[in-house]
Write a protein that binds this ligand. Sequence first.
Ligand code: ATP
Length: 365
Amino acid sequence: MVEPATGSADLELSGLIRRFGTVTALAGVDLAVRAGELLTILGPSGSGKTTLLKAVAGFEMLDAGDIRLKGRDITLAPPARRNIGMVFQNYALFPHMDVAANVAFPLEMRGMAKAAIAEKVAWALQTVDLAGYGARLPRQLSGGQQQRVALARAVVFDPGLLLLDEPFGALDRKLREQMQLEVKRLQRRLGLTTLFVTHDQEEALILSDRIAVMKSGQIEQLGTPEEIYARPANRFVADFIGESNLFRCRVSAVADGMATLTGEGGLTLRIVAGTLTAIGSEIGALLRPERPRILVPGETAGNMAEGEVVEAVYLGESVKYALRLVGGGSLLVRLPFKAGHGMLSPGQRLRLGWDPADMHAVPWS
Ligand code: ATP
């Protein structure tokens, strides 16, 4: 499903197809990236993310489709003529050249005058917080610093598009989080239209203006992080993004805008009906683990379930509990951790409640 872009599109991909023998890496991709937005391609290994990025960069030829950047058809243009900045996981800096020479390289390729190059390089290094590092060699820098040099080199020539392919994959968690924020800030400040590739859904949720979720060479859903998380289009997206409880149910009644669902083990759920009208139809009812709350004795809610703690995992601000429900089935919940209250232990019973609006229906088949 592809939504039309409402803002002005900077990068327009239409009908991209790429086959490798019997494998279809891109199975007809349509996508419009708006000016100044950071759009993430998210998907499991082998879904076609890198092939898509390489096609945009000009390193992968297409069997069909066109690519337009700022209105210009670049489908057949050589990589160097596309005016695209790129950062990949393995830094790919020139090891024998110092930082300034690395950053200057794309400008020299463009035949810029020496004085203008020096000025631009100083600006780019300042932009990534590496002013004063120009004379170092890449091996004299940390992994994070090397990635910043790569970023400076990618933005120094004012590219029309920035491509980032798992750029933080080799960094440790703390540095990765720091770099994510830095890149986001830089991208905003420079207003750079950016296509970002990752298989890390948390990273995608944090960084993106919009996310395109890919599977088997196709875009399964395109939307904001909130839309993708709260209203996934299908079971694949629901399962791939974040943790979820997905109940296989049948619609047993619809009245006053509410649908009643019957799940396995006699579970009864209430959900905002929306487009659910067909009694007897099979759906998946999605409930994110952070939605349920503990009910105090006597309290009721639109949806209720009682269960026993099977496993508890302390996560800092919250605790994740796996519950076995009375009547069968299981439920994953994430409850706030209150200092001084301790954690629930395996075997303890609790009653949980959540609202019909906390649930979202996806097609089962
Ligand atoms: P990962 O996250 O593992 O990098 P990906 O989503 O980037 O995966 P691609 O690298 O685009 O996926 O690969 C998509 C499909 O195309 C895979 O099945 C892959 O094996 C296949 N493929 C990619 N490049 C080639 C190639 N040069 N020759 C043959 N098959 C290829």
